[in-house]
Design a protein around this ligand. Structure first.
Ligand SMILES: [Zn+2]
Ligand SMILES: [Zn+2]
Length: 112
């Protein structure tokens, strides 16, 4: 896992929970979900609102919330997805492999 993380300010958190659909409580830190040494900006999940997620994007020292669509784990055999409506908890177009277990390091979607 990438070692980057964000600590949200009260003002940032207030914005993330202004929408009543906000699903998550406040985390002390928002961890970047990408692999170590990943290309592109750091992106950490911050809040979910049903059909969209807000991520904290950090690039060149600037932090901002961005709304990103769910990754639908395209390319993964349906048999490996069970009936999970949100098969991969990362955002659409994320780098690296899909991640199936929130809070865990991304895993390769293979089964032995
Ligand atoms: Zn990162
Ligand atoms: Zn994915």
């Amino acid at each position: 896992m990438c070692p980057h993380y964000n600590v949200l300010t009260d003002a940032e958190w207030a914005r993330l929970t202004a929408d009543k659909a906000a699903a998550h409580g406040r985390n002390a830190t928002c961890l970047c979900e990408s692999a170590p040494g990943h290309p592109g900006p750091h992106l950490a999940p911050a809040q979910s609102y049903g059909n969209r997620d807000t991520w904290i994007r950090r690039v060149d020292g600037v932090r901002e919330p961005v709304d990103l669509a769910h990754c639908l784990a395209a390319g993964i055999p349906a048999d490996d997805l069970a009936d999970d409506p949100e098969p991969c908890h990362l955002f659409d177009g994320h780098p690296g492999s899909h991640s199936f277990d929130p809070g865990a390091a991304p895993v390769h979607p293979t089964r032995g």
